[in-house]
Ligand binder design. Structure first.
Ligand code: UD1
Length: 390
């Protein structure tokens, strides 16, 4: 092997920030291995976010730094709440800790994928003079990436429509890569999901609906699906991912139903390694429109009904959902969210296979399955040239 490549990756808090980073690390590792180079990597994340489980499971050395989650509010008194003041005081500590890690490891590149933990490591990259690549999953920059944009060597974005929204001085550094998705998501096998999740009551003559509220689950999606279950389960099998924290509460609220219908329903907090197979089994998806899920569903060409998070900053999820809806690539609840509006949106996808196929084809046309490779191109392009033994 010649010289190894050193990467610091930082980002997390939710699946949306974590999985693109993980996919970039794996893709970079494979690319370097093909050139007989090794990857040395350290992930700087939070102590309890999804990344704290995902990175060690992939044998990626993991470090935490003090972070401050600033709770934004128009109310000055709320901004100055004890929790916010305590968290703001942690930011300089986190930067000092991240700086020690960056100075000691001397990475060729620092990759930051968003979430408040990315701020100290991104600032440390600049202080130590290391190239910083940001990756943004959504159309408008998240808070962490906005803070770091001026320090970035390159800003990798998921959509062309992000570039005009960047601070003017940084637009020249923007590159459209798309949002990396885990390659294994494209290789699922439906029958494996039936065995792995133990679904003997599923009726294979019926379509299967996968319900997902994003990595943390979504109470609104859970409730509207719960209320539509008696209607849905007559027509479909349902796998319902509701979020780890909401599982116990929701389990208690499932309406009493005929045992045959109950057998067609599977409730779970989080789908781990079975996700590729669950997606392969799904004929229709009911989902929040977070950027990660959207990138995955379009790459797979899955017909979906989106229920956007209405309060997300800049109404990001509604924007995502509307964009696909207007292209005929998804159904979306853009106004009232109720069991009845969900029924109206999902019924044509369940009962009309030609309609389902048409929406699926449009969805696939919006996918960018090569985003990880493009992001790795950007990372390699800003790295200092490797030392070649003379
Ligand atoms: C509530 C919130 O703040 N949502 C934001 C968060 O979404 P959040 O992280 O929830 O959602 P995303 O859709 O971006 O990503 C979810 C990721 O988790 C994975 N997954 C999900 C459920 C599961 O059981 N198993 C699993 O592996 C999905 O496959 C996907 O890779 O980050 C996104 C990307 O910055 C933003 O667009 C969202 O607005």
């Amino acid at each position: 092997m010649t010289t190894s490549f050193r990467l610091i990756v930082t980002g997390g808090g939710s699946g949306g920030h974590t999985y693109p980073a993980l996919t970039a690390v794996r893709t970079l590792r494979a690319r370097l291995a093909a050139q007989s180079r090794a990857l040395e990597v350290v992930w700087i994340g939070t102590s309890n976010g999804i990344e704290s489980r995902v990175a060690p499971a992939d044998n990626i050395p993991y470090a935490t730094v003090a972070t401050g989650k600033i709770r934004r509010s128009a109310n000055v008194l709320k901004m100055l709440s004890p929790a916010n003041l305590r968290d703001m005081a942690r930011v300089p500590l986190g930067v000092a800790q991240a700086r020690r890690i960056v100075a000691g490891f001397r990475p060729d590149v620092v990759l930051a994928t968003g979430g408040y933990v990315a701020v100290p490591a991104g600032l440390a990259a600049r202080m130590c003079g290391r190239p910083l690549v940001l990756h943004e999953q959504t159309v408008r920059l998240g808070l962490a990436n906005r803070k770091l944009a001026g320090s970035a060597t390159r800003i990798a974005v998921s959509s062309e429509s992000t570039i005009p929204l960047l601070p003017e001085a940084t637009r020249g550094n923007a590159v459209v890569t798309g949002n990396p998705i885990r390659p294994e998501l494209l290789t699922g096998i439906p029958d494996r999901a039936i065995h792995a999740l133990r679904l003997p009551g599923f009726d294979r003559r019926l379509p299967t609906v996968y319900v997902t509220g994003g990595s943390l689950g979504a109470r609104q999606v859970n409730h509207v699906v719960r209320d539509l279950l008696p209607w849905l389960l007559v027509r479909a099998n349902v796998i319902h991912q509701c979020g780890r924290d909401m599982y116990d509460e929701l389990r208690q609220q499932i309406p009493p139903m005929h045992p045959e219908l109950v057998g067609r329903y599977h409730l779970t907090g989080f789908i781990g390694p079975e996700l590729p197979d669950v997606l392969a089994l799904a004929d229709v998806v009911i989902s929040r429109s977070g950027a990660g899920t959207l990138a995955e569903l379009t790459a797979l060409g899955k017909p979906a009904v989106f229920i956007p998070l209405a309060t997300s900053a800049g109404n990001e999820q509604a924007h995502n959902a509307r964009h696909l809806y207007e292209a005929g690539a998804a159904m979306a609840l853009l106004g009232e969210v109720s069991p009845e509006t969900l029924r109206q949106a999902v019924e044509p996808l369940l009962t009309d296979p030609a309609r389902r196929a048409a929406v699926a084809a449009q969805a696939r046309a919006h996918g960018k399955p090569d985003a990880a490779d493009r992001l790795v191109d950007v990372i390699l392009s800003v790295a200092p040239a490797p030392l070649v033994p003379g």
